[in-house]
Write a protein that binds this ligand. Structure first.
Ligand SMILES: [Zn+2]
Length: 281
């Protein structure tokens, strides 16, 4: 046990400061994106089957949309720079910059040394949800992805349709490599449509039934050529449990759209991060 100091309450009462104020963060031109998305031409789609994953590609300057179809379902999204798979979505830094959940106008940032926007959320039909009485919100960058290792640790057994395994199989198929080779490419996800937070009393990660309904979608603007992989989580709407076949699961639709010619005049792909990478050596 530890001893509580006399000034414990005074220390606890110190006001927090925001770690990364976003006033100096380069902002997306939302007026330009909002204008461009008014007139889009669909160029492709893939239907992600329940308890499975699929890959898709999106050229820089195009949009992609993840839509709930048939029933409430959450998705685990991975993104890579299609031209360099070493540059991938960086969930932790995105969380540090934008908070635990992301919505319209916020971005999915890439790993070091690129550290630049990969995709900007251009529309979120669940934008109305905000933060509920439990501290829950949607589209989190907290959770890592459901995986068979944690499942084995907590419950034993070998469940093969966690998002981690689904994403691994999808990437192995896309690249034509064995799953052991594809697995290290899979990374912490954006939990699309998942409703999560931290309990105030114990600080534990919680989930609750997603507010997503068929027709809801989350739409992104691709800031670079993207390779994406989306898993339709075995947790379904994540109201009860994941990592099993118990929950009702539904497909998720991924669609890719091209803007009209000239609609993005003035937009340029974000450059890699400006740090010189000498690290004081
Ligand atoms: Zn999952």
């Amino acid at each position: 046990m530890t001893t509580t100091p006399d000034d414990a309450e005074a220390r606890r009462a110190v006001k927090p400061v925001i770690c990364y104020p976003v006033e100096t963060l380069p902002q997306p031109d939302m007026a330009l994106l909002t204008g461009a998305r008014q007139d889009l031409r669909k160029t492709g789609e893939v239907l992600v089957q329940p308890r499975d994953a699929a890959t898709f590609t999106v050229p820089a300057g195009h949009f992609f949309r993840i839509t709930s179809v048939e029933g409430s379902q959450v998705g685990d999204l991975n993104l890579w720079n299609a031209n360099d798979l070493n540059e991938r979505f960086y969930s932790g830094k995105t969380r540090a910059l934008h908070g635990t959940h992301i919505t319209t106008g916020e971005r999915m940032w890439s790993s070091f040394p690129g550290m630049r926007p990969m995709a900007t959320i251009s529309h979120d039909t669940l934008g109305w949800y905000g933060i509920d009485a439990y501290g829950g919100s949607v589209h989190d960058v907290i959770g890592t992805r459901c995986d068979p290792y944690t499942h084995n640790l907590l419950k034993g057994g070998h469940y093969h349709h966690c998002c981690h395994s689904n994403l691994t199989r999808a990437m192995a198929a896309h690249l034509g490599v064995p799953v052991r080779e594809a697995e290290p490419l899979v990374h912490d996800v954006l939990n699309v449509f998942m409703c999560t937070g931290f309990t105030r009393d114990t600080g534990q990660y919680f989930m609750k039934a997603s507010p997503v309904r068929p027709g809801d979608y989350l739409e992104f603007f691709a800031e670079m050529d993207l390779l994406g992989a989306l898993s339709a989580c075995p947790g379904g709407d994540c109201s009860a449990e994941h990592s099993s076949d118990a929950a009702a699961c539904y497909p998720l639709l991924v669609e890719v759209f091209a803007p009209q010619d000239g609609a993005l005049d003035g937009w340029t792909p974000p450059p890699v991060n400006g740090y010189d990478r000498r690290h004081g050596a």
